[in-house]
Design a protein around this ligand. Structure first.
Ligand code: FPP
Length: 254
């Protein structure tokens, strides 16, 4: 029996978000350049996107490049931009064949022109697909997103579009880059770091967090299945008591 048989298809996380960490260390441990790790990381991206679509996951967000990553050495940043643009261009047909819709979140204006052009074109070419929504977080950070939202809200309040004091959680959500997507229910971080690193800070409020020591280039389908099985074994209470969410269980869970 394979791990996939232990997954309850009726209790899949609606949205999985992943911090794909460890490419650089994976490469350096092999005596290779960090960029080699990112190239291998693309293979993991392919595997995880494919298995998410096969399982029937509706939304998958991948943290591909953070606002802070711009301060990495120039050759690594340039190499990553070329890799991202080329990968997406090459994958458009496969995305369409698998009914996958590509979306981007982040400050795309910061990207070199050739990269933003390729990426936005891929978004356009896949926009009518109705299966998995693959969201790539690029030049993204939560603090950037929240500041952008606050400034936009302040402008709209000044211009009479919003009434100060009457801004609800639902209204705030419409100003986030993720306004069209449900919050992630499962957040996975690879490579043994226990941090959120400025990723979807608002949206992850009630996500189940899953950390694994596996480096991203080694993270394959079976690792994803393990994370989902682990998620399905947890009790999600959203601030309520165990008895409220599962009336027939003991009261010692936290
Ligand atoms: C983190 O590892 C990884 C990145 C900053 C880049 C992730 C990008 C890819 C996998 C490329 C392709 C992506 C798509 C969506 C096509 P790290 O360099 O921080 O590793 P380290 O912590 O070991 O240094």
């Amino acid at each position: 029996m394979s791990l996939i048989d232990n997954i309850d298809k009726k209790q899949l996380p609606l949205h999985i978000a992943i911090i794909m960490d460890g490419n650089g260390r994976w490469a350096q441990e092999k005596g290779e350049d960090r960029l080699f790790g990112h190239y291998q990381g693309v293979e993991s991206v392919r595997n995880i996107v494919e298995s998410s679509a096969e399982l029937g996951i509706r939304y998958l967000t991948l943290y591909a490049f953070s606002t802070e990553n711009w301060s990495r050495p120039e050759p690594e940043v340039n190499g990553l931009m070329i890799l991202l643009a080329n990968t997406i261009r090459q994958e458009v047909d496969t995305l369409n064949k698998n009914n996958i819709r590509l979306r981007l979140i982040g400050n795309i204006k910061m990207l070199p022109e050739y990269a933003s052009r390729e990426l936005l074109e891929a978004v356009e070419l896949t926009h009518s697909n109705t299966g998995l929504t693959l969201i790539i977080a690029l030049s993204y950070s939560s603090r950037w997103e929240l500041l952008k939202a606050v400034n936009h809200i302040a402008d709209d309040a000044k211009n009479g579009v919003l009434v100060p004091g009457a801004i609800t959680e639902e209204v705030l959500r419409t100003y986030l880059t993720t306004s069209e997507f449900p919050d992630p229910e499962l957040m996975i971080r690879t490579s043994g770091e226990y941090r959120i690193s400025n990723f979807l800070l608002y949206q992850l409020a009630y996500a189940e967090l899953y950390f694994t020591d596996t480096r991203w280039p080694d993270f394959g389908k079976e690792h994803l299945y393990e994370a989902i099985i682990n998620f399905q074994q947890r009790q999600r209470r959203f601030g309520k008591t165990a008895e409220q969410v599962m009336p027939n269980t003991a009261s010692d869970a936290h």
